[in-house]
Design a protein around this ligand. Sequence first.
Ligand code: NDP
Ligand code: GDR
Length: 354
Amino acid sequence: MAERIALITGITGQDGAYLAEFLLARGYTVHGLRRRSSSFNTGRIDHVLHDPHEHGVPLTLHYGDLTDSTNLLRVVQETQPTEIYNLAAQSHVAVSFETPEYTANADGLGTLRLLEAIRILGLQKQVRFYQASTSELYGLVQEVPQRESTPFYPRSPYAVAKLYAYWITVNYREAYGIHASNGILFNHESPIRGETFVTRKITRAVAAIVSGVQEKLFLGNLDAKRDWGHARDYVEGMWRICQQAEPGDYVLATGETHTVREFTEKAFARAGRTIAWQGEGVEEKGVDRASGDVVVEVDPRYFRPTEVHQLLGDPTKAREQLGWRHRVSFDQLVEEMVDADLEALRRHNAGVRI
Ligand code: NDP
Ligand code: GDR
């Protein structure tokens, strides 16, 4: 079999780490784009990194940035990938309201820069391209559940940038015959999820509160509904999309939706704790403020200027065409994340380096 070479942008992020592991296990040579940072940022992939002085290491990192065209051209030229997974992004929706121009540059134009690199280098027939599209494209929801044909209505600078990336991927497929696909992925989480996304913020707080190092948890909109799956399942879906004879656009989702409130309750229940809710809007929901032993307070600072209230995906096309379905249930996801954060804090408190 010809050598399979993958280039992963965003390899130091949650999905990049799981995807690198997945591809290495399948015999790929993997190249990853990493950003220069003043502190180490390879914590999620250290376990698959080799000493670069060794011969024939299967994973190589290259410094780079999606805002730097010449760098992307050089990395694509040097690595000659057969598959490119464009996972790099300023991926935080709330942060995109603070950094809209940068988010547009990295998440929108960054995708164009990579597609142009493929075209300029004449790799149209050699490379398969995967774009990390998102359920945030559905934003102000036009249809429930959301499927590939559901109209988009983005509600944040992040989602608007990703809308450009989605369509430029479709355009380069149609204009230049590139095997370029969009995975429209609904939220997926894991124990290595970024610490400021709501699931991980909650599971870290469970550990910190149970251990007595944090008093209470502040959250924003408790009523937001998300279709949450496990990142490990979703990176397999990305790979399956790239293995299809024809490129296409696919929703990957669980087909179940839960509120932030439900996630919070389940997470604390896993540690044997109940919640006393406090703050704006809590009483209208008929929630008994006094009943729990852990205080979770609604803090409007975490509200977004425009919110995505409800996401629920229909993964039928992925199931039928890719043979993909999620394996980890909502309850299993919550349990795995809480247990991992409890264990990490226990090891930390015991003086073990985590
Ligand atoms: P993370 O935020 O965990 O990782 C993002 C990655 O992109 C990191 O490696 C980060 O580097 C890198 N990055 C950020 N900006 C740049 C830049 N300008 N140039 C190069 N690299 C950059 O995201 P996830 O792993 O959760 O998500 C992966 C992709 O999938 C993202 O594009 C995200 O928008 C999208 N997505 C995610 C979903 C989810 O639920 N997780 C759902 C749908 C789509 P560093 O480590 O240095 O910060
Ligand atoms: P999201 O994820 O915006 O869906 O984007 P996030 O976990 O940040 O928010 C989910 C929902 O929870 C509400 N929320 C809070 N969110 C955060 N971060 N912090 C809080 O304290 C808090 N309280 C309530 C939010 O308002 C929102 O409704 C993620 C990212 O991974 C994107 O890159 C990806 O495209 C989408 O998922 C699919």
